[in-house]
Design a binder for this molecule. Structure first.
Ligand SMILES: NC(=O)c1ccc[n+]([C@@H]2O[C@H](COP(=O)([O-])OP(=O)(O)OC[C@H]3O[C@@H](n4cnc5c(N)ncnc54)[C@H](O)[C@@H]3O)[C@@H](O)[C@H]2O)c1
Ligand SMILES: O=P(O)(O)OC[C@H](O)CO
Length: 336
């Protein structure tokens, strides 16, 4: 199939970048996948396998990998960011001189930058001075790569770009819905990772299904409160990038964030858990940002606070659960 302006760069060859790059290559686009690791680009080009982040799955022949950021972005009409959040600023600053003015930028990363408290699209927009669209929602890479039915949100600042990107990403197993709330899509996608750590902790402690349902519901409540204060739309949090991704990540053992929490609940130390894998659990660093955002906007975020104390202040998971349950009693909904 031939598409006009069909060059697409995918920046970041973790499991999600590799999956989205493969999906686009299978649709017939000319896809270049930028890898942080030099040897990974060589391996993908020779063996058609991402042996570090997504082994056992064959990568389409028309996908080219490169470790050279200039080569990756120079001819591209579309540039898709899939770099873990804390590295986006460095990588896009390096890429900036080679990115064409007319390029369309999309971000698929889910986190909040530490210290600046900016979402991925805010970071990239600051560097490139252009609008950035966001693709988010319940989407485990392994399941998308296996072509299991998946639905996601594509949030854009303008409708025309939304319709264009919807056509580009949509397949018969990857259903793309347009939306206009970039901030809401990113806040939901980033903060669900924090609640997923809490959900994993509960399961690791063997606390049953009631606690998990409570965490999902009250987690959504605190994510929504923060999102609204950051000018996101309330309705976004009941959509795919909000509730949808929260449910998936809090209940699916495929989630890296849930798995970190589960191991913490079983008594392992955070530093040991992280050192055992090359994969990123964005919730670990995003917890710091989420905690800072709750203070900045004066929003009550009790689950986020307990995850922060557990990850960074050596509070035991059991004590965190006890303190969550023993807070001052209150009404479920403000104003009722
Ligand atoms: N994996 C999924 O199912 C999935 C789904 C949706 C969104 N996401 C999001 O996509 C983003 C990328 O996650 P992933 O799962 O593809 O990654 P991953 O955990 O599979 O791989 C880690 C990635 O980090 C990169 N990396 C490590 N050190 C780096 C550095 N110093 N500079 C730049 N890059 C470095 C690696 O090259 C690799 O691409 C995250 O924000 C994640 O939340 C992931
Ligand atoms: O494995 P996780 O916890 O990073 O979650 C992956 C995706 O964000 C799920 O939508």
């Amino acid at each position: 199939m031939n598409y006009p302006n069909s060059y697409i760069s995918v920046i970041g060859a973790g499991s999600w970048g590799t999956t989205l790059a493969s999906l686009l290559a299978e649709k017939g686009y000319d896809v270049t996948l930028w890898t942080y690791e030099k040897e990974l680009a060589e391996h993908i080009n020779k063996q058609r396998i991402n042996n570090i982040y997504l082994p056992d799955v064959v990568i389409p022949e028309n996908l080219k990998a490169t470790h050279d950021i200039a080569e990756a972005v120079t001819n591209s009409r579309y540039i898709l960011n899939v770099v873990p959040t804390q590295y986006i600023r460095t990588i896009f600053t390096q890429a900036k001189p080679y990115i064409k003015d007319e390029s369309i930028i999309i971000s698929a990363s889910k986190g909040i930058e530490n210290n600046t408290l900016m979402t991925p699209s805010m970071v990239i927009k600051e560097i490139l001075n252009k609008p950035v669209s966001v693709i988010s929602g319940p989407s485990f890479a392994k399941e998308v790569m296996a072509k299991m039915p998946t639905a996601v949100t594509l949030a854009t600042e303008d409708k025309e770009t939304g319709l264009l990107l919807q056509e580009i990403f949509n397949t018969d197993y990857f259903r793309v819905y347009t939306h206009d709330d970039v901030m809401g899509a990113e806040i939901g996608g980033a903060l669900k990772n924090v609640i997923a750590i809490a959900s994993g902790i509960c399961d690791g402690l063997g606390l049953g299904y009631n606690s998990r349902a409570a965490l999902i519901t009250r987690g959504l409540s605190e994510i929504t409160r923060l999102g609204i204060s950051m000018n996101a739309k309330e309705i976004t949090f009941s959509g795919l990038s909000g509730l949808g991704d929260l449910v998936l990540t809090c209940t699916g053992p495929l989630s890296r964030n849930y798995s970190v929490g589960y191991k913490l609940g079983q008594g392992l130390k955070l530093s040991d858990i992280i050192s055992q894998t090359k994969s990123v659990a964005e919730g670990v660093t995003t917890t710091l940002s989420a905690y800072d955002l709750s203070k900045k906007y004066a929003i009550d975020m009790p689950i986020t606070e307990q995850v922060y104390l557990t990850l960074y202040k050596e509070k035991s998971p059991k004590e965190a659960v006890r303190d969550l349950m023993n807070r001052t009693l209150k009404s479920e909904f403000y104003g009722y």
